[in-house]
Design a protein around this ligand. Structure first.
Ligand code: C2E
Ligand code: CA
Ligand code: CA
Length: 576
């Protein structure tokens, strides 16, 4: 029987019908899961199957030249074709043709006009039924070789679970077999798995994966499907009634403990309640993964369900991706500037330029929402260039109109560092607007350092050589803040805002902030503290000698016209 091509390409579906529109409709239903081939009569179909491996045939019974009955009879008489499942397509009125087709060996039939759900589930049922029969046959087969070969193709070599492709196929077939049931798709991931390989050994890592896989297989055995999608990502497809997520997590904790691996290396789970069994399983996995990400990092919550809010976010992400390029061309992006004060002199010290997107339908979309999406698809590089150019235009305007320039800092997404002409590009802007490098400070987020240390160190040095000042944004949020300070002499540190949360009561946070400020002073760096919202925070910062402060307490970000008027044209004294 030809269920799949040996080389694991997509299965081939042959649609035989003399009416083109019928072929087009059916092809539409199945194009995501099969390679579709078409024939307009029995004779063409027979020629096709002689030369090509076919997984399933959809066969119209009433056709000129060689009709469906004739073809069916020939296929079933021939050893080469006997096992290809044939599903007859009939009009509602042709009751006795259905009986005749089944007698001739059709696996099932579908009636016109086609209902996509019914059609798809019939085809999938037929295929899974045959697959089950194949499996039974396989179990009793004499030839161990065939079994081994099939396993090698479908199963992940390390753990013996289905690999991603096969998990998706098997899970789809499993759910579609009884589409009326409620199912869940569970995505499991080991937090800090990389640490296991680094700290122990690759063998320990592999042992952890194999033991976890064996446990998950025992969970799925008889009730569902287990797979290893990639690396330390596992998935389960189960009827919702069979899911006991606490027990699964406890079992996996047991596996980790039995290998004497530290307790902070642990499994997290995301659960997607399947609402439509015909949705692509890879998409179900993505949704479960989205849910998982909300649980990860929290110590007490080990799993999360995909919910309505996540669905809305997904819709919004889709909208953002759809609209971004048009929005840039359409002038929906603009810059706002947040002044940063020197609280000793009470004067404006500099400003930070922040991008704003006013979408005609959604109105304001915060950058925290769209920047991460733009970072994934690279569009952030275009937005950043837009922001730098707008900033330079503003500085040129200050120079020309007021005869003085207050420097601003702009944000550089980590992606920019992969552009080898980055330094030249920004230098080009400075020349184009007749500015000087000290006027445009560059903020680099600390996490960029972990991406590609050497590239970053090199680029920062080139910028500094040209006279640019570099700020390290969100300092203290990453894993190697101090190492980075040693290797990359930036000019200004911007402390991560989270250190300020609750600083009045948190003695440890106070000590950290105080010492970071001292450390910076020791190595001749300036410090900017951002996110200052309360008078108490400001008093504390003042008491430890911080000068440069940014935060809602002193000023919100504002449109450039307002900023120019209030801080460049007629500077307002600081009121706090
Ligand atoms: P960031 O670079 O850390 O920018 C500071 C963020 O803190 C800004 O949020 C600012 O409005 C906010 N903020 C300022 N003072 C306070 C305060 O007192 N309390 C609180 N809670 N927040 C305060 P915004 O404008 O929403 O930007 C968020 C993030 O989006 C930025 O964080 C930055 O990572 C990114 N972003 C913004 N504009 C750009 C841009 O032009 N390019 C790139 N690549 N990223 C940008
Ligand atoms: Ca920033
Ligand atoms: Ca920041």
């Amino acid at each position: 029987m030809t269920m799949m091509n040996d080389n694991m390409q997509r299965p081939v579906m042959l649609i035989v019908d003399d009416v083109e529109i019928n072929r087009v409709i059916l092809a539409q239903f199945f194009k995501d899961d099969f390679d579709i081939c078409e024939a307009s009569n029995g004779e063409e179909a027979l020629i096709f199957v002689t030369d090509h491996p076919v997984s399933v045939i959809l066969l119209d019974l009433v056709m000129p030249i060689m009709d469906g009955f004739d073809l069916l009879a020939r296929l079933k008489r021939d050893d080469r074709f006997r096992d290809i499942p044939v599903i007859a397509t009939t009009a509602r009125t042709e009751n006795d043709s259905e009986v005749r087709a089944m007698e001739l060996g059709a696996a099932d039939f579908i009636t016109k006009p086609y209902n996509p759900t019914v059609v798809r589930s019939r085809v999938h049922n037929v295929l899974s039924r045959l697959e089950n029969e194949w499996r039974k046959l396989e179990q009793t087969a004499q030839s161990q070789e065939i079994i081994d070969m099939r396993r090698r193709i479908e199963l992940d070599a390390l753990t013996g679970l289905y690999d991603r492709d096969n998990f998706c196929r098997k899970a789809a077939a499993f759910m579609q077999m009884d589409a009326a049931q409620k199912y869940v798709l569970v995505f499991l991931d080991i937090n800090y798995f990389k640490v296991v390989n680094d700290l122990f050994s690759v063998e320990t890592g592999n042992l952890l994966l194999r033991s976890s896989a064996a446990f998950l297989q025992s969970v799925a055995s008889g009730v569902g499907i287990a797979g290893r999608l990639e690396a330390d990502h596992f998935a389960l497809c189960l009827p919702q009634s069979a899911l006991n997520i606490e027990a699964i997590i406890a079992g996996l904790d047991g596996v980790v403990q039995s290998l004497n691996i530290p307790q902070n290396i642990r499994f997290y789970a995301g659960i997607y309640p399947v609402s439509n069994v015909f949705l692509a399983v890879s998409q179900m996995c993505d949704r479960a993964h989205t849910a998982l990400n909300t649980a990860k990092g929290r110590y007490t919550q080990r799993f999360a369900w995909y919910d309505e809010k996540m669905r809305e976010d997904e819709v919004e992400e889709h909208l953002i991706l759809r609209d971004m390029a048009g929005a840039l061309a359409d002038g929906q992006f603009s810059i706002h500037i947040q002044p940063i004060f020197d609280i000793e002199t009470g004067e404006d010290y500099t400003g930070e330029v922040l991008v704003r997107w006013y979408h005609p339908l959604k109105e304001f979309i915060p950058p925290a929402r769209f920047i991460p999406i733009f970072e994934k698809n690279g569009f952030v590089a275009r937005i950043d260039r837009f922001v730098w150019e707008e900033s330079c235009k503003m500085l040129a305007y200050e120079k020309e109109t007021f005869g003085r320039v207050i420097p601003v800092s702009v944000n550089l997404s980590r992606l920019n560092f992969y552009d080898e002409h980055l330094v030249e590009y920004i230098l080009g802007l400075i020349k184009k607007y007749d500015l000087e490098p000290w006027m445009l400070k560059l903020e680099i987020t600390e996490s960029a350092y972990t991406d590609n240390m050497h590239l970053l160190i090199d680029t920062v040095a080139r910028f500094q050589k040209e006279g640019f000042k570099i700020l390290m944004d969100d300092f203290g949020s990453g894993y190697s803040s101090l190492n980075m300070l040693r290797n990359m002499p930036v000019d200004i540190l911007k402390l991560d805002m989270r250190f300020l949360e609750d600083i009045q009561h948190d003695k440890r946070a106070q000590a950290i902030v105080r010492n970071v400020v001292n450390l910076a002073r020791d190595i001749d760096m300036e410090v900017v503290i951002e996110g200052v919202e309360t008078k108490e925070q400001l008093d504390f910062l003042r008491s430890i000698g911080c000068k440069n402060i940014q935060g809602f307490l002193l000023s919100y970000p504002m449109p450039k016209e307002k900023y120019l008027d209030r801080f460049v044209h007629k500077p307002e004294p600081l009121k706090v």
